[in-house]
Write a protein that binds this ligand. Sequence first.
Ligand SMILES: NC(=O)c1ccc[n+]([C@@H]2O[C@H](COP(=O)([O-])OP(=O)(O)OC[C@H]3O[C@@H](n4cnc5c(N)ncnc54)[C@H](OP(=O)(O)O)[C@@H]3O)[C@@H](O)[C@H]2O)c1
Length: 280
Amino acid sequence: MKTPANQPSRMLNTGDSIPQLGIGVFKVDDDECERVVLEALEVGYRHIDTAMIYRNEAAVGRAIAHSGIPREELFVTTKLWNADQGADATAGGLATSLELLGLEYVDLYLIHWPAPLRDVYVETWLALEELYATGVTKAIGVSNFEPAHLERILEAGSVVPAINQVELHPAFQQRTLRAFQEPLGILTEAWGPLGQGKYDLAEIAGLGEIAQAHGKSIQQVVLRWHLQEGVIVFPKTVRKQRMIENLSVFDWELSDEEMVLMKSMDADRRVGTHPEDGNW
Ligand SMILES: NC(=O)c1ccc[n+]([C@@H]2O[C@H](COP(=O)([O-])OP(=O)(O)OC[C@H]3O[C@@H](n4cnc5c(N)ncnc54)[C@H](OP(=O)(O)O)[C@@H]3O)[C@@H](O)[C@H]2O)c1
């Protein structure tokens, strides 16, 4: 895919480019999701992050179809749900997602959780490798994988995941995981990049001052920090004004000093499920 000229991108280990900022649609109802994605595309987003379990892939597909934007100008990610893991079920999981999305391929297909109590993520990864070889997904990766989970699929498989999508925000920066995966060529995607609204970003000492110094919102500062960290983000919002705000982070920069200060805001504060516990 071609990232728009005014937007930053990262190069995946497949050689393809991914727009570094997109829109996420977790907890956006199917009813509302078509409008949300259409508005996001109208204001310039070209990267959409959905999942089978969000139950809105059909709405994402309708928005893509109605937008009239050529398929090759979009980057679409979806994820395999836990119940569809395993050597036999995985291909059906992607086939269902493609049908709902109305697409012939996705740009990135992720194993949503390792679900270690099911313990079939290694077989599932090998099934993803086969799907990748057929071209129905242009890249494959994982989500919520800890180093121990990554080690097992690296050992058994022959493709290095392009992405690991994990919880990551100023109070939970995942430094250990990133130091493990990034030298292997696995890029980091942040879910909950704004902390999912589960804590007040304004309460983090120093963030308000940085925002004021740049004349930006605290959310814009956090998104800009992710970009300068090399992390890929897709903040979720259903409001067009916030879509524009969240996309307006490309033409200004945080200083080295501000980046160092933000690094010190890490508080090991997880707001979501621990990967070992995501066994639904
Ligand atoms: N792989 C996984 O397990 C996993 C888990 C969770 C999420 N994700 C993905 O990551 C995406 C993003 O994470 P998330 O949706 O959980 O959380 P998030 O993007 O950190 O936060 C979303 C919340 O922030 C609000 N918000 C967005 N922009 C804002 C702004 N400029 N100012 C103030 N508030 C703002 C939204 O409210 P409004 O909508 O009302 O604006 C919503 O309440 C998801 O949509 C999904 O695609 C993946």
